[in-house]
Design a protein around this ligand. Sequence first.
Ligand code: F6P
Length: 330
Amino acid sequence: MFGTMATIKCIGILTSGGDAPGMNAAIRAVTRTAIYNGFTVKGIMRGYHGLVTGEIVDFRSKSVSNIIQQGGTILKTARSKEFRTAEGRRAAYEKMKAAGIDALVVIGGDGSLSGAKTFAEEFDVPIVGLPGTIDNDLGGTDSTIGYDTALNTIVEAVDKLRDTASSHERLFFVEVMGHTAGFLALNSAIASGAEAAIIPEIETEVDPLAELINNGFRKSKNSAIVLVAENPETGGAMGLAQRIKEEFPQYDARVTILGHIQRGGSPTAIDRILASRMGEAAIEALKEGQRNVMIGIKNGQMVYVPFSKAVAHNNSINRAMLDLVKILSI
Ligand code: F6P
């Protein structure tokens, strides 16, 4: 039978979707744990695209030397259109079989793990996922690989912005990534002492801008920094600055969009350790006969999260953290 626990000899690894710092540490951990356990390993280039086109290379222990400290992904990444089609997935399955790959480890975010789920269901392929995304928006895990590094990158940038914001007594809207989740904005707001966080999770309930202004955010302050989660529906930080111009012209607002800077850089020790543990856990999972699960971390322990739960988008924001931003910015 294809790909049952007993027949897994060769494991393919790929990274897919937006890159995240720590993906290389995860690739290293998966590769070395697999080799340690007697499996052979193949690296699949450019995510699912490389699976469809058969861009597959042999991996040895040395293939992953000297990468734990590097941002990005040595396997490259892509958001494959072909893999979203049934023909694309069929081609991927054929290429996988031709390369002798029995099981996959997929490192990526919700789109990548949704793709893994569909592929696993259609072709009965054992797949284990690792949560690789700066957004921290996957279910069943307290953290994703890359999230801590991105948070630290944001905090470093906001510390710099604070210098100029306070010199000029200005209001700054700093837009951060997060896809449709506010984790990066909320937690970087706390860590940087920002005056507010505007996140998609609350924008449907209140008008966060009116709340901010009406709370008199500048009463005792000479600058204000507001962390804004990207949001195509409201225009994110640019949308808020435009509204300030129109509705509260007495304020001198500026916008900084941190953009893809948040995705790069050397991973923090926390992300390297998380990726190393998760990489090892992925191989242990395959050895145990697990399939179609993502490795998560819950209260410090490695856990198996079914793909359906991981991609369900039901992570809720901790309201107490939002209150904390308010309390600490009086
Ligand atoms: O999912 C990771 C992420 O960085 C999101 O935060 C962001 O919305 C998106 O990817 C950006 O994607 P791209 O690299 O295609 O611009």
